[in-house]
Design a protein around this ligand. Structure first.
Ligand SMILES: [Zn+2]
Length: 140
């Protein structure tokens, strides 16, 4: 039996993100001033500098490409079987819109920079799921 994993605790700004994840949708905050998607949403928009960005969450396609990855061999959190791959994914919706997640294809998955991935979700508790990724069929 592995220990149960820590569960994310949403704050006011991230609550819609976690609510969407629980429905297995990837929703990203969008600045209503300049229209930029922002990860993670802070008090000020990193693109236009507005301190009143009035974020609205937008559902993403879940498509992206791998920009880098790392093999995690030693778990610093309970409930993760090691080794596993952690991928840094650029989402299709906006250049440099990056999100990090586990790759669910196993530690020996044929990952490479530029590989297309699709978002998937790992259920970690009742009503709590965290975004992760799987390799998409490479049509290139
Ligand atoms: Zn902005």
């Amino acid at each position: 039996m592995s220990e149960s994993r820590p569960v994310p605790v949403p704050d006011e700004l991230s609550a819609p993100y976690w609510a969407a994840a629980a429905r297995h949708e990837l929703a990203i905050a969008r600045c209503s001033r300049c229209g930029s998607l922002v990860i993670p949403p802070g008090q000020a928009c990193p693109q236009c500098g507005s301190t009143d960005p009035q974020y609205a969450y937008k559902t993403m396609s879940g498509q992206g490409i791998v920009r880098s990855w790392t093999v995690i061999r030693q778990s610093f959190l309970p409930g993760f079987d090691v080794p596993f791959l952690l991928v840094d994914v650029e989402l299709a919706e906006q250049p440099e819109l990056r999100i990090i997640g586990r790759l669910l294809d196993g530690p020996d998955a044929p990952v490479r920079i530029g590989a297309p991935v699709t978002v998937a979700f790992e259920r970690v508790a009742d009503d709590v799921s965290v975004p992760a990724f799987t390799l998409a069929v490479d049509t290139a």
